[in-house]
Design a protein around this ligand. Structure first.
Ligand code: ZN
Length: 404
């Protein structure tokens, strides 16, 4: 029976080809079937059998194409055949029972601790120990800032995340990783046969055609922290190796950051915004934001919260001093500077403000100053005003200034 199903699938896949010439390409129909099984698009014989309608196959191929950021034709066309042999991560694109409501897909609940350990048990001779450790630590630091995570390198097999090069990658697989868990959870295996290069740092392998180790490590560590593959082509969690691009290689995409927020920053009880008691609302960077306590919501339209929100004040404004626990008002200056108002440090009255020193319990010298300094702020702040179509509630007393 299994042989019959495989034969029928082969037949259907052949029928679905745009033209016969595509069959001569290096990926055959049977190999594409293996691809779809390996990366989670088909996960059982019963589901494979259900594909025996062209409609089902069309839908599955469109999903493969979506995750590869190529036109969703529903056919096994040349672009899809090429995609199926492109260098990529070895983990499935589709994880069953994942929360499909989110654009970024979460594989797990993340680690239940914020201080994690890692160890590097061996390394590619093309890179050397120092280069591997430096790149892993750098990638961990980039992820860690969005989840308040700290990483310490340790020796031995008890580390949460163990980096190894034991992996005899078949075909185009560069590396794979395990989602957060005890034991092998969090570990990363790199293909030892790959031509690794330290392109991000411009050191190491002189051969600029190599595969950038840092880019792949950043992706795999996303899995180690609980993130799944994303179809967003600009995201670090995109399944395929995108080549080395110095301008983007050191940063996460918004899609990756939202995934981290979802995993690590909303664990504390979040206040309900439906009771209407906000600290403030503001129209910033083209979006409508609600501030309440330590949390910020972004609304798509009234009553609909953007995915990934709420976030905490310090997730959004990383330089905000720790003592600030709520924002009374916020606005964006014409020059792009965001001004946040709190009731902790500054006092204002009409068009003047004073800075209050909480340790000496006295007003600082050099004040009051004129509110002219913040062009565009209404001089009477205990008021509701309108800003770019959004209602701004100015209740507080002031004043912290900083760029997002
Ligand atoms: Zn991956």
């Amino acid at each position: 029976m299994k042989i019959l199903i495989t034969f029928l699938l082969f037949f259907v896949l052949k029928l679905s080809l745009v033209d016969g010439a595509a069959l001569k390409k290096k990926v055959s129909s049977l190999e594409s079937l293996e691809f779809m099984k390996k990366y989670g698009y088909l996960n059982s014989d019963s589901e494979s059998a259900s594909l025996l309608s062209e409609k089902g196959l069309d839908k599955t191929l469109k999903l493969v194409q979506k995750y590869g950021n190529i036109p969703e034709t529903g056919f096994l066309d040349n672009a899809t055949i090429k995609l199926m042999s492109a260098p990529r991560c070895g983990l499935p694109d589709i994880v069953r029972d994942a929360n499909r409501q989110k654009r970024f897909v979460l594989a797990s609940k993340g680690w239940d601790k914020r201080h994690l350990t890692y160890s590097v048990s061996n390394w590619s001779p093309r890179l050397g120990e120092g280069t591997v450790i430096r790149n892993i630590q750098k990638a961990l630091d980039i992820w860690g800032q969005y989840g308040h995570l700290k990483f310490t390198r340790v020796g031995g097999p008890d580390a949460d995340i163990i980096v190894k090069f034991p992996f005899d990658g078949e075909g185009s697989v560069l590396a794979h990783a395990f989602f957060p868990n005890s034991g092998i959870g969090g570990d990363i295996h790199f293909d030892d046969d790959e031509k690794w290069a330290d392109l991000t740092n411009g050191e190491g392998n002189a051969n600029q055609d190599g595969t950038d180790f840092f880019s792949v490590a950043l992706h795999e560590l996303g899995h180690s922290l609980g993130l799944q593959h994303s179809p967003v082509a600009s995201s670090v969690m995109f399944s395929y190796y995108k080549g080395f691009d110095k301008s983007t290689s050191n940063s996460l995409d918004n899609d990756d950051i939202l995934g981290m927020y979802e995993l690590y920053t909303t664990k504390s009880p979040v206040l309900n915004i439906c009771d209407g008691k906000f600290d403030s609302v503001a129209f910033l960077r083209g979006g409508f934001f609600i501030f309440k306590g330590n949390h910020i919501w972004r609304l798509k339209r009234m009553g609909y919260v953007e995915q990934g929100y709420p976030v905490t004040l310090r997730d959004m404004f990383r330089t905000l001093p720790k003592y600030i626990e709520k924002i009374d008002a916020a606005y964006e200056r014409p020059d792009g500077m965001m001004v946040l108002f709190t009731d902790k440090t500054y006092l204002y009255k009409n068009d003047r403000f004073w800075r209050y020193n909480e340790s000496t319990r006295a007003l600082d010298k050099g004040y009051p100053q004129s509110m002219e300094r913040w062009r565009g702020v209404p001089s009477h702040l205990d008021a509701v005003t309108s800003w770019n179509g959004g209602d701004l509630l100015f209740q507080g007393q002031i004043v912290l200034e900083g760029r997002h």
